[in-house]
Design a protein around this ligand. Structure first.
Ligand SMILES: [Zn+2]
Length: 415
């Protein structure tokens, strides 16, 4: 099972927007692209909204059938580990093996020795075509890198082998992720991580490193854009080299766990993949939940009242809601509007404050990040929330579609 060259990860917390998301992909594909939708949901999201992996499969299949989509599509067990993968086995055909917590864990001396000796031919000045300066590879450096990443790649191999037994070889797509950590992996680290995966027989089709900069939830990239551009380009070149040298799947590509809405770096990624004619996987998730709240606000009346209620509950419980996401949000509390203030807002004012239009005078990234992490609040509303999603499906669906197409796909694929 091969993932296509271009693919987009779509998250849908409450499982109502599959068709709207697919409409956006199909609209982009009308321009001659072949983007595969990948519906992703992590164990954490399932826990918060009390859904099950089978629900994502049901939603994806139903959307594809309803719209007559004939391309490839996938269901991603996002950020799974050995302990929680089992319930995803049946319904998923894409698995994101999150091995970040094994970075820096100890490996056996003989395993390190084996890895270092497998890299003998790369000792000295290693030239990666396209990268300006040769990389100086020493034994000492290889031992250090093995000490840092070998256990994580072993963990990836263990989960992969479990899945291979359960699902059969070639029946699923494997992604390896190390993005949920503080320190970014350098292109040269990525190169040898790929060597370790190849040594262990993990046929990764996508790899998600941690990049330079902050990937806060639902808002734009913060960081040094030039450095990101250099790192991203070098990663692409490193992957190309790794595929040829290490025998990894030829479709291997970068997976960007965007945290949604990294608009300022989308054009950079677009330019680099075009320059080298490479593929790309971009994961989004919470951006669709935010469009549901925007859609409710736009619908007005009782729906706007519910959107305001969501904000009030989020505001009153911000410490509790933000805590699990502390590393991936930056909220300036002094810039959050009061509940009273928001309660007086019109549909337009609420939607414009939440909607991610960079430079719009009403757009407030603090407000947006708070609601991003507050989907638990909507989940607790249960039927009240879900019924209004159904009642106002048309307006909410067009918000979701417009967001994925206009703000994401257009920037990512130069449409
Ligand atoms: Zn991630």
């Amino acid at each position: 099972m091969k993932l296509g060259k271009y693919s987009m990860g779509l998250g849908d917390r409450f499982s109502h927007q599959g068709e709207a998301q697919l409409r956006a992909i199909m609209k982009a594909n009308k321009s001659g692209l072949d983007i595969s939708p990948v519906w992703n949901k992590s164990n954490r999201e399932h826990t918060y909204v009390h859904s099950y992996p089978a629900d994502v499969r049901k939603e994806a299949d139903a959307a594809v059938a309803a719209l007559g989509f004939t391309g490839k599509y996938f269901v991603d067990a996002d950020h799974i580990n050995f302990g929680n993968v089992a319930p995803f086995v049946e319904s998923s055909d894409f698995f994101t093996l999150d091995v970040a917590s094994f970075i820096g864990k100890e490996s056996k001396a003989e395993d390190i020795k084996f890895f270092v000796s497998s890299c003998d031919k790369y000792l000295g000045n290693l030239v990666i075509p396209g990268i300006e300066h040769p990389l100086l590879v020493t034994k000492d450096f290889l031992e250090k890198i093995a000490g840092k990443f070998l256990a994580a790649t072993q963990q990836a191999a263990d989960i992969y082998n479990f899945l291979k037994t359960e699902k059969g070889e070639g029946n699923f797509v494997t992604e390896v992720s190390m993005d949920e950590v503080e320190t970014p992996q350098t292109p040269i680290e990525l190169l040898f991580i790929l060597k370790m995966l190849a040594n262990k027989g993990v046929p990764a089709q996508t790899i998600a490193p941690k990049f330079t900069g902050r990937f806060n939830k639902g808002v734009d990239y913060t960081g040094n854009i030039d450095q990101f551009a250099k790192e991203f380009e070098e990663d692409v070149l490193v992957i190309d080299f790794a595929v040829k040298e290490f025998g990894l799947p030829e479709e291997l590509k970068l997976s960007i766990h965007s945290g949604s809405d990294k608009f300022s770096i989308y054009p950079i990624m677009a330019q680099v993949i075009k320059k080298y004619d490479k593929g790309l996987h971009v994961k989004t998730a919470g951006t669709t939940w935010l469009e549901e709240v925007i859609g409710l606000a736009v619908a007005g009346g009782e729906a706007l009242d519910l959107a305001k209620q969501i904000y009030a509950n989020s505001f009153n419980r911000k410490d509790e809601l933000c805590a699990p996401y502390a590393d991936v949000i930056d909220i300036d509390e002094s810039k959050l509007p009061s509940v009273e203030e928001v309660n007086a807002w019109t549909s337009e004012k609420f939607a414009n404050t939440l909607r991610h239009i960079p430079g719009h005078p009403d757009y407030n990234p603090n407000f947006r990040q708070l609601i991003h992490v507050a989907y638990k609040v909507a989940s607790e509303m249960g039927a009240t929330y879900n019924n209004l999603l159904e009642k106002y499906a048309d307006v909410i669906g067009s918000c979701v579609e417009e967001n994925i197409y206009e703000r994401h796909l257009k920037r990512l694929f130069n449409l």
